[in-house]
Design a protein. Structure first.
Length: 252
């Protein structure tokens, strides 16, 4: 078999195969990371919030005694549920030791015209809440500046959760965590089926298969085209151009 791929073809296709391979391996690494994260989420311990905060036990199932701030709420924008735009309502919760932690109480609808903010019905009665302890995150890439919070106008709508800005507006220090309120807690709202990540491990696995398949396909194309070129260049396969006299006779 004559296998003679061109240099240009080799450089292009092998480079593409390398890129696809790298992307496939990266997705496999992400799959392993997400698998470990979801396992930690499912097997997280249950403990009092004071213990979880002291040990910084992320994803722990916590129980906290205290009361909500009945008036001051932060509404995290761009939360979609069942195809409807809305917000996540985050309410400060005062713990028994006097410290404050934000509680994500779930989803509330936002009017299409965005001229009015949703009501956040809240009372300041002592209560015990249960939920997940997660790190307070401001999210990923941004398209603009953070919203400016003020101290005398509540609730307030924000695009990104900046804990330092919320602390300044509240005039109170906050724990660097958020409690995701359990779905069965009556003080919460909709969409409280919490997950440790948006993308599950199996999705990363599917992407990995696609990238690795593209890598294999690129190598197969390189082999096929190289073999065809070798056949064309093999001795006895070169086509002899017709003589000028024969070409002239055919044209007549």
């Amino acid at each position: 078999m004559q296998f003679k791929p061109s240099l240009a073809l080799t450089l292009i296709l092998i480079t593409l195969a390398g890129v696809f391979l790298r992307l496939g391996l990266w997705q496999l690494d992400r799959k392993d990371e997400k698998t470990e994260l979801f396992e930690r989420f499912e097997n997280a311990p249950s403990m009092d919030i004071a213990q979880a905060l002291a040990q910084q036990t992320e994803l722990a199932r916590v129980e906290a005694l205290g009361h909500y701030d009945a008036l001051r709420h932060v509404l995290l924008d761009n939360r979609i549920w069942n195809g409807r735009p809305g917000v996540h309502a985050l309410t400060p919760f005062r713990l028994r030791d006097g410290s404050w932690v934000l509680v994500n109480r779930g989803w509330l609808p936002l009017p299409p015209d965005r001229l009015a903010l949703p009501d956040v019905p809240t009372d300041a009665a002592d209560r015990t809440i249960r939920g997940r302890l997660v790190a307070a995150s401001s999210g990923g890439a941004r398209l603009g500046e953070a919203d400016v919070l003020v101290s005398d106008d509540w609730p307030q709508l924000v695009t990104y959760l900046e804990l330092a800005d919320v602390e300044t507006a509240l005039g109170e220090p906050l724990q660097p965590w958020v409690v995701q309120l359990d779905a069965g807690d009556p003080s919460g709202f909709a969409d409280r089926q919490w997950s440790p990540a948006v993308m599950e491990p199996k999705v990363h696995g599917a992407y990995a298969v696609q990238w690795l398949a593209l890598c294999a396909t690129t190598l197969i194309i390189w082999i096929i085209l190289g073999w065809r070129r070798g056949q064309q260049l093999a001795p006895g396969k070169t086509r002899t151009p017709p003589s000028p006299s024969k070409t002239r006779d055919q044209s007549e």
